[in-house]
Write a protein that binds this ligand. Structure first.
Ligand code: ATP
Length: 301
């Protein structure tokens, strides 16, 4: 029997104002025990999706299921299994980290003994008594994470957790996320940087203009990133195609234009050589990326 996805979103639509859909028939599947990187440029709709998943925004249409159950049916029970950190944490800056956690414990009805545990999980155990106004951005972010961990959630949802952090802060958050994942938690995190997500994610979803453009494993992302195409213009398509077909998969796009799939641009000189040694004239050779590949390139940038 296959396990239900931890998050399952189907045909989700959301509009802040009439006739302006920010989420357009969005589908999303987060497998159990994954680190799911939710990637998209600024304004793509990541935060809106997260808020809808948590029931903070009502979708115009579509379904959200958490742990195999409909969000509408049992929202408070489902949310009790989730820890979330959306944008910057709301902290009382005139209080210490420990005192901020005490307030959260009272609010969620969690015993204070949990505080030491979560402080250790986010590497703040030595500075729990320090005022949070003296914390660095990274420390504040980790304290926000500690608050999200108080209820020992099965699923952790983090919106741009490394935004604004220095390299050290980024490494610390990454380590903590990996440790939490190893302890069995499913992690859903959003980011606008593929370079960051690919360091830790097991699965990736890419949102662009409110639509899911890609969802798959990190291995699939790596394959796609390598996949490029070459466009060759020649006046001798009839001879070029059989020569190329022996080694490459290709298609004829127009009268004199052939598209060839390649795994690396290093293959371009071999393709040119192959055609020239067969006395086939080349009028144009161009490397192209498909829309999705271009999207990944933009996200890396
Ligand atoms: P960022 O990384 O910049 O936060 P994002 O991918 O999280 O981007 P969203 O914040 O979900 O994107 O925004 C998606 C779209 O919805 C954007 O065009 C944004 O301007 C718009 N939007 C977001 N919040 C509101 C709001 N409260 N009212 C109206 N429009 C909004």
């Amino acid at each position: 029997m296959s396990e239900s996805p931890i998050i399952n979103v189907q045909a989700l639509q959301f509009a802040y104002s009439a006739n302006d859909l920010v989420l357009q028939d969005l589908n999303l599947n987060v497998p159990p025990a994954s680190i799911y990187g939710f990637l998209g440029a600024n304004g793509a709709g990541k935060t809106t999706t997260i808020r809808t998943i948590l029931g903070l925004l009502q979708p115009t249409n579509g379904q959200v299921q958490l742990f195999g159950k409909s969000l509408q049916e049992d929202r408070s029970k489902l949310l009790s299994k989730i820890g979330a950190l959306i944008e910057s944490p709301s902290l009382y800056l005139h209080l210490s980290g420990y005192e901020n956690l005490k307030i959260a414990c009272r609010y969620f009805n969690i015993p204070y003994k949990r505080i030491e545990e979560v402080l250790a999980m986010v590497q703040l155990e030595k500075v729990g008594s320090k005022l949070t106004k003296k914390y660095s951005t990274g420390m504040k972010q980790r304290l926000g994470l500690a608050i999200a961990l108080l209820n020992d959630p099965d699923l952790l949802i983090l919106d741009e957790p490394i935004n604004g952090l220095d390299p050290n802060g980024i490494i610390q958050i990454r380590q903590i996320i990996q440790e939490l994942h190893q302890s069995g938690k499913t992690i859903f995190l959003s980011s606008h940087l593929l370079s960051e997500v690919e360091k830790i994610a097991t699965h990736v979803g890419v949102i662009h203009n409110g639509k899911m453009r890609f969802e798959g494993t990190i291995e699939k992302v790596n394959q796609l990133k390598q996949g490029q195409k070459v466009h060759i213009r020649t006046n001798d398509v009839d001879r070029a195609v059989p020569v190329l077909k022996e080694q490459y998969s290709l298609r004829i796009l127009e009268d004199r234009l052939i598209e060839i799939d390649i795994s690396s641009e290093e293959l371009v000189p071999s393709i040119i050589n192959l055609l020239i040694t067969n006395n086939i004239k080349l009028y144009e050779v161009k490397l192209v990326a498909s829309d999705l590949e271009q999207l990944f390139v933009d996200l890396v940038g």
